[in-house]
Design a protein around this ligand. Sequence first.
Ligand code: XUL
Ligand code: CO
Length: 478
Amino acid sequence: MMAGKVFLFLLCLNVVSFAVIASSPQTCPADDVSSKCGASDEWEGEFFPGIPKIKYEGPSSKNPLSYKWYNADEEILGKKMKDWMRFSVAFWHTFRGTGGDPFGAPTKFWPWEDGTDSLAMAKRRMRANFEFIEKLGVDLWCFHDRDIAPDGKTLEEANANLDEVVALAKELQGKKIHPLWGTAQLFHHPRYMHGGATSSEVAVYAYAAAQVKKAMEVTHYLGGENYVFWGGREGYQTLLNTDMGRELDHLARFLEAAAAYKKKIGFNGTLLIEPKPQEPTKHQYDWDAATTANFLRKYGLIGEFKLNIECNHATLSGHSCHHELETARLNGLLGNIDANTGDPQIGWDTDQFLTDIAEATMVMLSVVRNGGLAPGGFNFDAKLRRESTDVEDLFISHISGMDTLARGLRNVAKLIEDGSLENLVRKRYQSFDTEIGAQIEAGKADFEMLEKKAMEWGEPKVPSAKQELAEMIFQSAL
Ligand code: XUL
Ligand code: CO
């Protein structure tokens, strides 16, 4: 049992780590222009030949390379589908995911990859990214600094590499495409083994700050709408060697400085914190939406940050995605969704594309109640299974994820039009619509008043919760 747990924990390590470790041999330094390392970022013809621009063909279509439910310009509940969804491609999974895991070597060998981490390779990959985005017909993408450009021996070198790739990305983006969000990878390099903002070493804190500063600058330069903080290593392995109070204070100072820098450079994007309970740390400080909201409140950061809720992280924390979305929404903190799902049998962060229509409908219930997510959206923080190895699988997985959420939106429209679920919930609480109920809700009912009422009313008649009826109504919309 214990050994099994250890194996599972190893398996949980982030995809970015797999990508970087597993795509060896990565022996080419960024400035190596020998033929082995790929001297040029040019690529002849298309990266995805034979894959057309994906179009809406309707539910009866049997064409896997078409949308059956996602019809970008169709209006649903007063908004175009594309404006409800704001779909985004995650660079790290789609272009750096190799299928490698702690038990096995990479399984994916995309034709444009030369097995190196050179600058030329990074640029070629960027070209493939934009062809992919255009063929899929979305406008948004997300990245970590170190996914898109090679690291350097020094911070200056890493920044110069990033600048070079970002300049190309800016050119390739054109006018319409831009990042939904950018972020800094503060979890792969060994310097971050104790965390970035919560490291016990001040030099690491400074390095992390410099990396975030640069990542915010390039996100802003590319027209990014949000900036994400996922603290994969901001947590601990044991409290015995950890000053948790000091680490949390450091994290708050770090985020405060980020919010100040955002204003200084005129970046109007939303800053988002992405909760996750564990993996790779045993305990991550941003455990779930409620914990993170409390942290933001304690340190006076509400108003500066919102949340990026990831569905697979929600289930790892013992909640449903719907619960996390509602908790964020009710606190005025729902900023973005990392759209994916886990596997109930495996129980770790499998980052699968969401294909469960009931779950998608619950997710969309929260999104509709929130009035949409903009300037946030749905980032597909999801990867192909290790065993899916065809280039077209990259398209099929995104199409399937997009269609699932689009079906969710259509189902929410049916539920709203039908009205019975809303009615059921309203009826459950109608006793609070009475005079005394209204006084309670307005904070005007004291205990003496309530005692008097309780004596007057006698033993309350408690009605049925109608759970099965609620489930029946919900199912009928799917
Ligand atoms: C890790 C995860 C990250 C963040 C960005 O579980 O979700 O990819 O979304 O760092
Ligand atoms: Co994520």
